[in-house]
Structure formats: structure tokens, C-alpha cells
Design a protein around this ligand. Structure first.
Ligand SMILES: Cc1ncc(COP(=O)(O)O)c(C=O)c1O
Length: 569
């Protein structure tokens, strides 16, 4: 057993014993926290030690919070006054949000109010009642949009496979699979997933977990060399975005439609995932245009609406396609930009249930509104809900959600947020974040103009109306850590070059003085880079082959956009 001093600068703390001396390596030299402060052993830590460890943690987190610009998370959250009572009890929203169940220490009444709020925001029919199959159904997520995407695709898969639709527990749940479809027996009940190259990385994990085949996987196996959108017939792993990595980040609508038609011809039901606010570029897919242009294709191949037969003379009518909208970021604020009218310039796409072809929507609570823990909203319509595999008596509530136990705090945090606001205030906030994004883009472009003539290009880009501004990775660990910058490498120019970028997101917590500090830090860095004789400024980006060898800083985060398509067997 080794004896260590917890912290030399805290003389009042006694030495304590720990089982082992080794700690995990600190990933970045600038991370100021000493892992030894937090080591647990068979000896209880004194109150004082705990207090100091927690104080250090708080100081560290508050400093990081102050400078946080790197991800689409609102750090402007203030719930402790109102919600601290919830930290002294265990609350749990296990089961369906509309059935109280036996776990009575829940916040479902608040969850319902929040869901109603989002349903109205997204033009779904309210209230959510079993008598109205057109009305919405949804729940507040315990994870973020990843859970919502997972649940959407799980439901979509079984819906398109012709599995039993949800009925109230006293209903008949007797059938589990449809009868053979006569015109396309091989494909009719096998959904094919389509999503763009700018889609969140979790989607590839989700289709793999759920064993949903993507168009790429099927194309590679069954239609080699026949891809309708490439000159050599090779299948891309994902639906290309407009102008590839050099474009704005929204899906290439023509290519999507061509791909969907190829598979619709075989009778395969398409499961289409669209984005409202992509992960890196913050881009919006044109959901409305896609839905309208899809309709004739789906009608032509009897997929717009189809009869699913599950027993002789027993059937239901449902769509032979599913459109899921991943609005992790954008679905929370775009409705307010829509309501802003002439105060905002540019095309703001519709994406919600006012479009009859939208089946499900997800948004993250911690991204735009802000929430102390990850959470979000998943929403669909009752008529699309699939029967859960079991109806457990144990929880006294239908098992219609993904997890068992569900976090009961985010519904209350979201309720506090929306109880404090109204449409006019939300419109102002949405316009303000857009203005901040525009301001930051302008400032970075000024910097770009300063260094471009000196041979250093900053590649500053912003997709119209996006909250994300991307620019050349400064490749400086201090700056990356200070502002929590997310890094990504994009292959451009026909994949001949790889450019390393970072992005910042102008969330409600992004303050002008911090943005100005970032600009100053970058200016100092570039001046030094250019002055330094040793460091050769590389005007052109590196060739793809060498890029990973040259990374000399730890990756705080990396959002791979390439080579992540489904490739399972
Ligand atoms: C478009 C998109 N979808 C899904 C996610 C996953 O969201 P979460 O981190 O809330 O699970 C993100 C996260 O950045 C995202 O940008």
C-alpha cells in the first residue's frame, strides 16, 4: 500500500492510503485534475478529501463551461434552484408516459405536458389518446437523440416488416408476422435504410444493432456494379450529400430519389432518415421536397399505402415506407425561425407532422433548450406504433419505451425551460443564435483574409442558417481543450486531399466575449506559426495517406464521416 499526498497545495488534508499507486494516464497534459484525488479504496475518504476533490471537479467543469463552444450543447442551464429537491430522491418514469404504473415516484404528469408542448410545436394532433390513432405518441428519452434514433428505427423496422401494430393491452396481439406478399415475396417485408454521408455516426451503429440492411449492403451483395447514381456502378456507403464533403451537408435529393426508386422497383420498403441540423455542418435536408417527390415513386410501386395481410381476411392498411427526421439540434429551434417570418432571410425547411409523410421525429433536450443531463424527445403517431414484444405486468404500464428505467429529471428541466418562455421569446432567441453565428462567421472570415495572403488558408465555412461554423483545425492542444473543439477530417477534391477541420456551434450559451477570445487566441497562434522558422506552413492540405500519421495532438473527439457504412455480414 502506498501513501500519497492528495494535494500539496492543500496542507490541511491528511495523507491517505490507496491500494495502488498507478493511475490511468491523463489524456492531455493540460487536463488539470489529478486522478489521485478521485481514487477509491477500501479506506473511506474523509469529508474534507471529498470536498476538495469535488471542488476541484467543479472548478474544472466551470472553467470548461465558460469557454465551451465546440459542440451543439447549451451550457446556459440554471436548474439547481428549482430542481435540487430531485437530487435527494430517486424518481423513475419507467414504462409508458401515459400510464402512471406502479412506480409512483415519477414525473409523468410533467412529461405529458412537455410532450404536448412539442406535439403542438411540431403540428401533431393532441391530446395523445388511444381513441385517436392520428394523435401523437412519444416519450422523453433517457439518452439523447441516439436513443430516439434507435427507437425510431426499431419501430420503423417492425412496422415495415408487417409486425403487429400496438393495441391497448386488452386488444388482440395474436399475430407476429404477415402472410407472404404475392407480388414481391422476397423483398416486401425487408426494409432498406437510406441516410446521407452527413448523418450522425450513431446511425451506422443502430442499423447494425437492429440488423437493418442499408441500400449499400444490399447493392454490394445483390446488385453489384448496378448503382444508378455512379458512373462505374459502384455503390456508395451512404447517400451522397449535395456536392459531397465540399457542399453544405444536406442530402442530394436527386440521388436519394434515384436510389429509393431502384429498390422500390423490387418491392422493398424504404426507411429514410433525414436530418434537420447535421452533426458537423448543421445542415438541413429538404424534408418537404423529398416527401413530395417520393410520393409518385412510392405510388408507382404500391408502397405509398399497402395492405398487410396477417391472416386470411385479416389485414390492415399502412404505409410501405417510413421517414424519420433526426432533428437532434434543429427540430428544437427551426419552428421558431419559421415563425419569425420576414425577420429571418433564407429558406427554412418544413420537417414536422404538418407533412403527412413524416413518421417520427427526434430532438435532444441538452442541445438547443439545454438540460443538465442528456435527454431528448421521441415522437411519432399512435397509428404507427408497433406492439411491444411483451406486456409485462411487473411495471403496471405498457413497455412501449426503449429502456426500462427512465430518467425522470429531464422532463422537469424541460418543463422549467418552457414554463419560462413563450413563442415571441423563443423567436428572439432563435434569431439571436443565428445572428451570433453570422457574427462569428464574419470574424473568422476577417481572420482568413488576414492570413490568406501570407499563405495560410483558414477554410472558414458556414452552411446557410446553420449554427455551426467550421474552419481549419488549429492543431493546437491548448486551444482545442480550452474551447472543447470537435475535430473532423474531410476528404475533398475527389478524395485526393484530406482537410482537418474543427467546428464551433453558436448555442444560446455562446458569448461574444468568448468568441472574441477565441479569435485572439487563433490570431496569436497563426502569427507564431508564420513566424516560426521550424514550422513550415502547409498551404495545401495533406494527402489522405499521411494525415493520420501527422496528427500530433490527442483527438478530443472525432466524428468520422467516411468508411462507416454498414458492412456487416
Ligand atoms: C444529427 C445528430 N443526430 C444524433 C445525435 C446524437 O445525439 P445525442 O448525443 O443527443 O445522443 C447528434 C449529436 O450530435 C446529432 O448531431
Amino acid at each position: 500500500m502506498a501513501t500519497i499526498t492528495v494535494n500539496d497545495s492543500e496542507p490541511q488534508i491528511k495523507k491517505r492510503k490507496v491500494e495502488k499507486e498507478e493511475s490511468y494516464p491523463v489524456d492531455l497534459p493540460i487536463t488539470p485534475l489529478d486522478p489521485k484525488l478521485f481514487e477509491l479504496s477500501n479506506t473511506p475518504l474523509t469529508d474534507e478529501c471529498q470536498k476538495i476533490a469535488l471542488r476541484k471537479l467543479e472548478e474544472y467543469l466551470k472553467k470548461q463551461q465558460k469557454y465551451f463552444l465546440g459542440y451543439q450543447v447549451n451550457e446556459n442551464v440554471h436548474y439547481s434552484n428549482k430542481l435540487s429537491f430531485m437530487l435527494d430522491m430517486h424518481t423513475n418514469n419507467v414504462g409508458d408516459p401515459f400510464k402512471n404504473g406502479n412506480m409512483t415516484i415519477n414525473t409523468k404528469i410533467v412529461e405529458q405536458a412537455v410532450l404536448d408542448y412539442f406535439a403542438k410545436l411540431w403540428h401533431a394532433e393532441t391530446p395523445s389518446v388511444k381513441e385517436n390513432k392520428e394523435s401523437y405518441w412519444g416519450y422523453v428519452l433517457s439518452m439523447g437523440s441516439t436513443e430516439g434514433n434507435l427507437y425510431a428505427l426499431y419501430n420503423a423496422r417492425d412496422y415495415l416488416k408487417g409486425k403487429a401494430l400496438y393495441q391497448e393491452p386488452d386488444g388482440n396481439l395474436s399475430y407476429v408476422k404477415p402472410m407472404k406478399e404475392k407480388s414481391h415475396p422476397k423483398h416486401a417485408y425487408h426494409p432498406v435504410a437510406f441516410f446521407s454521408q452527413d448523418t450522425h455516426y450513431s446511425m451506422t451503429k443502430i442499423v447494425r444493432a437492429l440488423e437493418i440492411r442499408t441500400f449499400y449492403e444490399i447493392g454490394e451483395k445483390e446488385y453489384q456494379g448496378q448503382c444508378p447514381i455512379t458512373s462505374d456502378g459502384q455503390w456508395p456507403k451512404e447517400v451522397p450529400s449535395e456536392n459531397g464533403n465540399e457542399g453544405p451537408g444536406s442530402i442530394d435529393v436527386n440521388k436519394l430519389l434515384q436510389l429509393v426508386e431502384f429498390f422500390a422497383r423490387t418491392g422493398s420498403p424504404p426507411l429514410i432518415i433525414l436530418n434537420i441540423g447535421t452533426t458537423f455542418k448543421g445542415a438541413y435536408d429538404d424534408v418537404e421536397q423529398i416527401g413530395h417527390r417520393l410520393k409518385p415513386i412510392l405510388e408507382q410501386y404500391n408502397l405509398y399505402e399497402r395492405t398487410v395481410e396477417y391472416a386470411p381476411n385479416k389485414s390492415d392498411i399502412r404505409t410501405g415506407y417510413w421517414i424519420h427526421v433526426d432533428g437532434a439540434l434543429g427540430a428544437s429551434y427551426l419552428p421558431f425561425l419559421q415563425k419569425a417570418g420576414h425577420r429571418i432571410k433564407g429558406y427554412i425547411p418544413k420537417f414536422d407532422f404538418s407533412l403527412p409523410f413524416v413518421h417520427s421525429i427526434v430532438t435532444s433536450a441538452h442541445k438547443y433548450p439545454g438540460c443538465p443531463m442528456p435527454s431528448g424527445i421521441y415522437m411519432t403517431k399512435r397509428k404507427y406504433q408497433i406492439a411491444p414484444p411483451d406486456d409485462p405486468e411487473y411495471i403496471g404500464s405498457p413497455d412501449t419505451t426503449f429502456s426500462g428505467s427512465r430518467n425522470a429529471i429531464p422532463p422537469v428541466a424541460l418543463w422549467c425551460y418552457y414554463a419560462n418562455t413563450n413563442d415571441a421569446m423563443e423567436i428572439d432567441k432563435a434569431i439571436k443564435v443565428e445572428d451570433t453565428a453570422k457574427y462569428t462567421e464574419t470574424k473568422l472570415k476577417e481572420l482568413e483574409r488576414k492570413y490568406q495572403p501570407k499563405g495560410y488558408n483558414l477554410w472558414v465555412e458556414r452552411t446557410p442558417l446553420s449554427l455551426s461554423i467550421r474552419f481549419r483545425n488549429p492543431e493546437n492542444a491548448d486551444i482545442i481543450r480550452k474551447y472543447s473543439l470537435s475535430q473532423m477530417t474531410l476528404k475533398i477534391d475527389g478524395e485526393k486531399e484530406a482537410r482537418k477541420y474543427v467546428h464551433i456551434f453558436m448555442m444560446q450559451s455562446a458569448k461574444k466575449e468568448i468568441i472574441e477570445e477565441l479569435i485572439k487566441d487563433l490570431e496569436k497562434l497563426y502569427d507564431n506559426k508564420l513566424l516560426s522558422k521550424q514550422e513550415k506552413v502547409v498551404e495545401q492540405s495533406m494527402p489522405v495517406s499521411s494525415i493520420y500519421e501527422k496528427v500530433n495532438i490527442h483527438r478530443v473527439a472525432h466524428v468520422p464521416l467516411d468508411n462507416r457504412g454498414y458492412s456487416g455480414n
